[in-house]
Design a protein around this ligand. Structure first.
Ligand code: HEM
Length: 461
């Protein structure tokens, strides 16, 4: 079989570029080899075929339980943190079963409960920032999204144990965001301590402490006979039964909780930070957004906020220009297929580059410009615009993340006047296995805006 063209540099060089700056590496490859190319990042692993053409994305994501599959063993870089039983690391029927157990808390009626949590937490966090004192906006948005997901997962969860878990998770995620940590994930032989350099060991110890708190919570819930009225995600998962009537084991519960806690806050925190950066970098964007929010008067009802066209366009453009998840998870060819002019054999690994698709000039003219208006002028297909992936592994938290972005932004913008401390360019870079800003984005509260009554919590989204 002939693989699509790609760089001929040694695998280790390709791996280092992949770790150091995957976006510029992908852009350079797309320039040289076009919309389908092959990377060889590890001589012990199969080559990776990277695609950015929307038709190819569609072919892959609509067939990933037919001619292709979406196996979890290709996501083994997530295993040290999320475990062997995470929905991200399992495959086939087990993956389908687990998705079915995990989806209900992220749909329909349940979403209504989260509006209140998001609004309250945003208010608490943002009230801590004083006029004139600069702060790192990503730390603020991370504080919001971590508290929100903790409450969604555990219900009202306060006290020293909750604080400890929040602290461990925050620390753990901060450590795993470094390039060194990513290098350790891609080179498992380095996953150990080297004399006094105990980066990996410290990470594992932190994780163990977080795990102990999660297991303690699970054990206590099992012993509590009165937990039947609870509607948090942990209670729903503990009550869930598969087709054979079996509940999830403690280990499965731990891995799924860790998956939701990690996937559920890291990505949205970055998306919110980018949104605030763009809104305050481009005055006309901020002006239009405030006009739209202010037009609601006192009625910041979540269902209305959720449907605001310009706010929606700003959030969509934020996830287009620098998608936090720059790639889909890998898919594997099961039966021979023809893709982008190449005949691919079973076993070939294909990854959709969300970043490259979102930067195609033919779909998004002036792709490097932040222009929310493009989402008002045109509708994009699910394969031209895919910040949450698609198919068998489409993001479970899509609706949750969109709701959180919109309600948190509405709350922040209507209560505070903010400014960027430094108006210089911020570019995306790798942050762990996802992306984030390449330098801290400092903001400052310049004044309170006329305080509106908080977002009402009663309407369906
Ligand atoms: C802006 C925020 C978010 C972005 C950009 C994002 C993006 C993604 C992407 C690109 C995928 C891979 C899809 C594919 O391969 O087709 C994914 C999967 C996933 N996401 Fe998200 N996500 C976000 C927020 C969340 C939230 C809030 C949660 C949970 C509360 C979550 C949970 C998951 C899970 C569990 C998967 C794996 C699904 C599976 O393997 O079946 N994500 N996400």
């Amino acid at each position: 079989m002939k693989f699509p063209n790609g760089p001929q540099t040694p695998a280790v060089v390709q791996m280092l570029r992949w770790i150091a700056n995957p976006m510029s590496f992908m852009e350079a490859c797309a320039k040289s080899y076009g919309e389908i190319f092959t990377l060889r990042v590890d001589k012990n692993l199969p080559p990776l075929v990277i695609v950015s053409n929307p038709q190819a994305q569609q072919q892959i994501l609509t067939n990933d339980t037919k001619e292709l599959e979406a196996p979890g063993d290709l996501n083994d870089v997530f295993e040290p943190l999320l475990g062997k039983h995470s929905v991200i690391t399992i495959s086939g029927a087990e993956h389908q079963r687990q998705r079915q157990l995990l989806m209900p808390p992220f749909h329909g009626e349940r979403m209504r409960n989260y509006s209140e949590v998001i609004t309250d937490v945003t208010k608490q966090v943002i009230s801590q920032y004083q006029i004139g004192k600069p702060f790192n906006i990503r730390s603020a948005t991370q504080a919001i999204t971590l508290r929100v997901i903790m409450q969604a997962v555990f219900g009202l969860y306060e006290g020293p144990r909750a604080e400890k878990l929040q602290h461990f998770l925050g620390d753990l995620l901060e450590r795993t965001s470094s390039r060194l940590s990513v290098a350790l994930l891609y080179f498992p032989a380095l996953q150990r301590d080297f004399g006094p350099i105990n980066f990996w060991g410290n990470q594992m110890r932190l994780q163990q402490e977080a795990d102990e708190l999660i297991y303690l919570e699970i054990r206590e819930r099992r012993e509590q006979p009165d937990s039947s009225g609870r509607t948090d995600i942990l209670s729903l998962l503990m009550a869930a039964r598969d087709e054979a009537g079996q509940p999830m084991t403690d280990e499965e519960l731990r891995d799924e909780l860790m998956t939701l806690l990690v996937a559920g806050h890291e990505t949205t925190a970055t998306a919110l930070a980018w949104a605030l950066y763009w809104i305050h970098k481009i005055p006309s964007v901020r002006q239009k957004l405030l006009q739209e929010l202010d037009s609601l008067g006192d009625n910041l009802d979540p269902s209305i906020v959720f449907k605001l066209p310009y706010l929606n366009a700003v959030c969509s453009e934020t996830l287009r220009i620098y998608p936090v998840g720059m790639l889909t998870f890998p898919r594997k060819v099961r039966t021979p297929i023809s893709l982008g002019g190449y005949e691919l054999e079973p076993g070939t690994v294909i990854i959709g580059s969300i970043y490259l698709t979102h930067h195609r000039e033919d779909i998004y003219p002036e792709p490097k410009q932040f222009k929310p208006e493009r989402f008002l002028e045109r509708q994009f297909s699910a394969y031209e615009y895919l910040p949450f992936g698609g198919g068998a592994r489409r993001c479970i938290g899509l609706a949750f993340a969109q709701l959180e972005m919109k309600l948190a932004l509405a709350q922040i913008l209507s209560s505070k006047e903010l400014q960027l401390v430094n108006k210089g360019e911020v570019r995306p870079k790798r942050r762990g296995l996802v992306t984030g800003p390449d330098r801290p984005i400092e903001m400052v509260v310049t004044s309170q805006r006329q305080v509106k009554p908080s977002i009402l919590q009663t309407t369906t989204v």
